[in-house]
Every structure is written in C-alpha cells, then in structure tokens.
Ligand binder design. Structure first.
Ligand SMILES: Nc1nc2c(ncn2[C@@H]2O[C@H](COP(=O)(O)OP(=O)(O)OP(=O)(O)O)[C@@H](O)[C@H]2O)c(=O)[nH]1
Ligand SMILES: [Mg+2]
Length: 273
C-alpha cells in the first residue's frame, strides 16, 4: 500500500498502516461503541439539477452517515422531490448566493455532526468510499482529502486538459506550501467540524476545494490523502468551466499563500480539547 500520503508531521508509514486496517465504523450515535468512533457524521451534498443522479447517490449511503444535508442551488428539475422521496430524513438547505462554494459553505454551516464529509451528487464519487475518510478522521487526522492520482485512485472522467490544469495548480500549491499532495481540485473530502471556523471559508465557486486545502495547511491541520476513484457524471452537463475556474483556483492559492501560516496555534488549541 503505497497509496496514502500523510502531511504535516505525520509519517507516511503510519498512514499506510492505518489504510490497511481501514474499515467502516460509525453507525447511529447511541449504538456505537465508546472511543473515537462515537463521532457523528454529516454528509453535505451540493446539488444543481441532479434529478437523474441523486437517487443513485442516496441509495448507496450507509449508516456511517447520521445526517444528510442537501444544498440546493435553485434546481429547476425534480432534484429535491426525488431526494426527499429516497431519503425522507434528508435536510434540504437552500443556498442564498450562487456557485458550488457558496452551496458548500451553507451546508457546512447547517451541519451538526462532529465530522463533515462533502461529496458531489452527479454519481462521480462512490459513497462506499466515505468509510475510508472516516477511518482517518477517527485515527488522528483532521482533514482528509480524496486523491485520484495515488495508487488505488483514478479517474475515468477527467479530460487531458483538466488533468494538465490540475497538475499545474497542484505544482503551484505544493511549492507555495512546501507540501507533497497529489490532487487539488477534487470535491470529495472530510474534516472535523470543529475546524470550520478556523478555515474561515470564503470561496463561492469551484475554487472552494483548493481553498479548503490551503486553509487546512495554513492552520497546521493533520492532512491525509486517501485514494478515490472518480467516475464520469451519470447524466447531465458539468457546471465547471475549466479555464475560468482554474484561474479562480490559482488566485486562491496565491492570495492565501501571502497571508501566512498559523498552524502551531491551531494544533495547540486542538491538543487542549
Ligand atoms: N447547490 C449548488 N450545487 C452546485 C452548483 N454548481 C455545481 N453544483 C453541484 O456540485 C457538484 C459538482 O459539480 P459538477 O458540475 O459535477 O462539476 P465537476 O464535477 O467539476 O464537473 P464534471 O466532472 O464535468 O462532472 C454537483 O453535485 C453539482 O450539482 C451550484 O451553483 N449550486
Ligand atoms: Mg462532477
């Protein structure tokens, strides 16, 4: 297993070992055994006209997840009705502004779990992978991101142009933050909700994913990557515009790099909890 990369002071061997032991653990809070797996999990899903995909996603979400927060971007199709019919317990939040970043921030704000997982609604991410993210969060990591570009991960969706763009942006990021991550613009990730405030997210568009990673690094969070397989969206059209959104990601990385790193402060706070 050479497919797990740990950052910020955690050795990769430990991450790999943890990967070998990976298993799902969280179920409904009251039935959980004592220990780190008592954490509750909110899944935040941004949706904009995903009526033909959302049922496929929701059907596969296991008991690891306690709460599903669907953030609707004024869908004009039957996304919300379909979601409610498959999961009557779903919480639907309407976003105030526009864009995926704006939607995710609204969802994070509404989430009540100890841990927040974010995942797309187009069927490009497998809900079964959620348990791998949770495993790392319950074993000492603060922020866990999916990577399509480490062993065990992959993408049958990304175009050569987007792959090149992601590579370039990742190189800028790694050099700016002295990091060794393998993916940047990917929307499958999870973190402890207690860090939401310190991340102080502002992004409105697709650059939210890069902003989250940047802020996690700046805050000194313990970051791990887990392999993730990206599939093509099942139906419908992409909302992403590669050049426009790539420029937004670049701006986000460069802007935040200038604002400095305050990691030690956050680690000290976390140690007190
Ligand atoms: N609420 C909300 N959700 C959005 C918005 N834009 C995109 N989304 C959702 O965010 C997720 C990712 O958007 P996609 O259009 O699939 O973007 P992408 O994955 O980069 O592009 P593809 O690889 O082509 O699918 C999907 O679940 C969308 O429905 C928005 O403005 N508001
Ligand atoms: Mg997609």
């Amino acid at each position: 297993m050479t497919d797990l990369v740990a950052q910020n002071g955690h050795d990769t061997t430990a991450a790999r070992r943890a990967g070998l032991l990976s298993s799902g653990h969280a179920s409904i809070a009251g039935r959980r055994p004592a220990g780190p797996s008592t954490m509750t999990v909110s899944l935040v899903i941004p949706v904009r006209n995903e009526a033909r995909n959302i049922a496929w996603v929701l059907e596969q979400i296991s008991d690891d997840v306690d709460e599903i927060v669907l953030v609707d971007g004024n869908s004009t199709d039957a996304t919300v009705i379909t979601a409610r019919s498959y999961r009557p317990d779903i919480r639907v939040v309407a976003q105030q502004g526009t864009g995926k970043g704006d939607a995710l921030r609204a969802g994070f704000h509404a989430a009540t779990g100890d841990v927040i997982v974010m995942m797309d609604a187009d069927g490009s991410m497998a809900p079964q992978e959620i348990r791998h993210f949770l495993h790392f969060l319950s074993h000492g990591y603060d922020f866990v991101k999916g990577s399509r570009f480490i062993a065990g991960g992959g993408s049958s969706d990304i175009t050569p142009f987007r792959r090149l763009g992601n590579k370039f942006l990742l190189a800028v990021f790694n050099s700016a933050f002295d990091a060794d991550l393998t993916d940047l613009c990917y929307g499958f990730c999870a973190f402890h909700r207690r860090y939401l405030e310190v991340m102080a997210l502002q992004a409105t568009g697709f650059e939210i994913e890069a902003e989250m990673t940047v802020r996690a690094m700046q805050a000194g969070l313990r970051v791990a990557e887990v392999p993730s397989m990206e599939m093509p969206r099942r139906h419908g059209k992409s909302n992403l515009r590669a050049v426009r959104d790539g420029i937004r990601v670049l701006r986000t990385v460069l802007r935040d790099h200038r604002s400095g790193v305050s990691g030690r402060v956050v680690q000290a706070l976390a140690a007190d909890k």
